[in-house]
Design a protein around this ligand. Structure first.
Ligand code: ADP
Ligand code: NA
Length: 341
């Protein structure tokens, strides 16, 4: 039987926030902890994906390194997991070309990400004049690169957030199209959907915490100081009702705080509400802030320490790239053979 191969990626687009951490990075660390010996784990800083919107070179260089340091700081172990920059493994883009010869234009045009990046409605088509004027080929076809990222490593499992399900579905479809034409090269990857509920914005708790919100108080960054964290939680939007309850529809702000606590304490939301029976929202906020501070403390210290040692980060990245290149070449040999190249 095929041993599991787990692949996932994160874009280097700034310091991750608590939502990224609880929804994506922490699940990776848990997978690493729980993985059986034969399971391969690969985690990539997908810097080529960041280029689908214009980037400033110095900024991207900084963000890539910060993203790498983040993965180590949250607890990914380079002795157990292969951690690498996507652009250091050329087979990702080589396979992208090959997959683009089987990928469906119709499918890509129905996907929603290019539309949301151009602020078009989800039912917009390529006939839309904004799309014609502004849509770049890379933004349109980046799901093909994402499929290549996964398939080049013969991944069997891909941990993703619920919002990424559509993209994984495209990868599965494209892998099937390829296998149908050239033989069973690619395992069809399965989604490992994070069980974590979305962390909501602290300022607008009906939308998810996101780096794209203008108000910096809407999110907690993994690098925030204890003072920043306390301040942000203190001014988080709640409501004027007394006491703590869990009711995401009627009390989204309070429920978000309960939810965050539930992640950090490993307790069900109901248990937390029971514990806070009769307590004030202020007490809840103070406890949430302290739990976030203590949970992020070590991560932040490790992160800041790693950033002072660029040559260490570079050497770990080079080891990861070597391992990822070797793994990708196994697939490329099979593909060349199957396609007559
Ligand atoms: P952002 O919305 O800040 O741009 P991304 O879209 O880059 O975040 O998401 C990176 C990863 O973090 C994805 O796996 C996504 O599912 C997860 N993620 C992002 N925001 C949240 C959130 N608020 N709660 C839980 N998971 C999140
Ligand atoms: Na996003």
């Amino acid at each position: 039987a095929q041993e599991p191969i787990i692949f996932s990626g994160i874009q280097p687009t700034g310091v991750p926030h608590l939502g990224n951490y609880l929804g994506a990075l922490l699940p990776w660390v848990k997978l690493q902890q729980e993985a059986q010996e034969g399971t391969k784990l690969l985690f990539s800083i997908v810097d080529l994906h960041a280029l689908t919107v214009p980037q400033e070179a110095a900024q991207l260089r900084k963000w890539r390194r910060e993203a790498f340091a983040t993965l180590l700081a949250v607890g990914l172990n380079p002795k157990r997991s292969t951690i690498f920059y996507q652009s250091a493994v050329p087979a990702h883009t080589e396979l992208m070309w090959i997959l683009s010869t089987v990928a469906s234009m119709g499918y890509l045009s129905r996907m929603t990400q290019w539309k949301s990046k151009l602020q078009l409605p989800d039912d917009a088509t390529l006939d839309d004049s904004t799309a014609r004027a502004q849509l770049r080929l890379g933004l349109f076809s980046y799901p093909v690169l994402q499929a290549a990222d996964i398939l080049i490593h013969r991944a069997t499992h891909v941990p993703v957030g619920e919002d990424q399900r559509q993209h994984l579905e495209f990868s599965r479809y494209t892998a099937n199209s390829f296998n149908h034409l050239y033989g069973p090269i690619f395992p069809i990857p399965e989604a490992l959907i994070s069980p974590a509920k979305r962390v909501m914005s602290l300022k607008e708790p009906t939308s998810k915490m996101s780096k794209s919100h203008a108000d910096e108080k809407s999110r907690i960054l993994l690098t925030d100081s204890p003072a920043d964290i306390r301040k942000k939680v203190k001014v988080a939007l709640t409501d004027s009702e007394a006491g703590v309850s869990y009711d995401p529809v009627r009390r989204p702000g309070v429920s978000n705080l309960v939810e965050i606590l539930s992640h950090l304490d490993g307790l069900a939301c109901e248990e937390i509400v029971r514990e806070y029976q009769g307590a004030s929202l202020r007490a809840l906020k103070e406890h949430v802030a302290e739990r976030i501070v203590s949970h992020l403390h070590e991560i932040r210290e490790r992160y800041l320490g790693l950033l002072t040692d660029p040559s260490y980060l570079d050497s770990v990245a080079e080891e990861g790239a070597e391992a990822a290149r070797a793994n990708s070449q196994v697939t490329m040999r099979q593909i060349r053979e199957a396609m007559g190249l």
